[in-house]
Design a protein around this ligand. Structure first.
Ligand SMILES: [Zn+2]
Length: 240
């Protein structure tokens, strides 16, 4: 690890400890709270309403937010001792894409690859990889996303990556011997905002994978037909 990077990470860590990350999200209008905005928020596809919404898709388009998010994730990965292992970054399209590209130059491995899973067509729950995605037998992956709820997206991205990894024709690394196809080993997951309740904690379900989060704020949500804020006529805004 080079000294300049260590210094950057330590700076991010100090900012985080002083609560600055949260302030930064507020400053970039990425933290929407009913108590401040007078509105509450609807996740249409999940038919649930909540009164706090992190608009990370918006926030990560700003370089300042993206860099700070990445440095904080790096500090967690450094602490977990996995930085040197990572040679593949994988994640879903949408909000997380800037994160994947912003973290790549900081990773020590010489040939880190980035694989972004995309939702295919109209069928919302079908994920696919761009043609030509490269997998190798020794892949040790970092999965990144801007927000985490129950890990459904992670499972889908992991599934398509594993399918592709098992079917991809491998490059021959040692002359004359083919690599053995294997699933992708995920060594770490990093997210900007973890909205899982404690009982859904990924640490509990995937103890072998290092887990790094910048903020943990469990989601309080209600079904749209039984929402306390709708009953009080609080204006609702659709966020997806
Ligand atoms: Zn409502």
């Amino acid at each position: 690890m080079n000294r300049a990077l260590d210094r950057d990470i330590d700076r991010a860590l100090r900012l985080f400890r002083s609560g600055r990350y949260f302030e930064v999200l507020q400053a970039y209008e990425a933290y929407l709270d009913r108590r401040k905005t007078g509105k509450h928020y609807a996740f249409k596809s999940k038919k649930i309403h909540t009164d706090v919404f992190y608009d990370m898709k918006r926030a990560l388009q700003f370089r300042h937010v993206c860099e700070l998010s990445v440095l904080m994730l790096l500090s967690g990965l450094r602490e977990a001792g996995v930085l040197n292992q990572i040679n593949l970054i994988m994640g879903p399209e949408r909000g997380a894409v800037p994160l994947l590209y912003a973290i790549e130059p900081y990773l020590p491995s010489r040939d880190v690859r980035i694989v972004i899973a995309q939702k295919s067509g109209i069928e919302q729950n079908l994920w696919q990889l761009p043609q030509g995605s490269v997998f190798q037998a020794d892949d040790r992956a970092l999965y990144l996303d801007d927000t985490w709820r129950r890990g459904d997206t992670f499972k889908e991205v992991q599934r398509v990556c594993n399918e592709e990894a098992l079917h991809t024709k491998r490059s021959t690394r040692i002359e004359g011997s083919d690599e053995i196809a294997s699933e992708v080993t995920v060594v770490a997951i990093g997210v900007c905002v973890n909205r899982a309740a404690t009982c859904w904690s990924p640490r509990r379900f995937m103890p072998s994978i290092s887990w790094v989060e910048n903020i943990h704020d469990p989601l309080e949500a209600y079904p749209e037909d039984n929402c306390p804020w709708c009953k009080e006529n609080v204006p609702v805004e659709s966020v997806e």
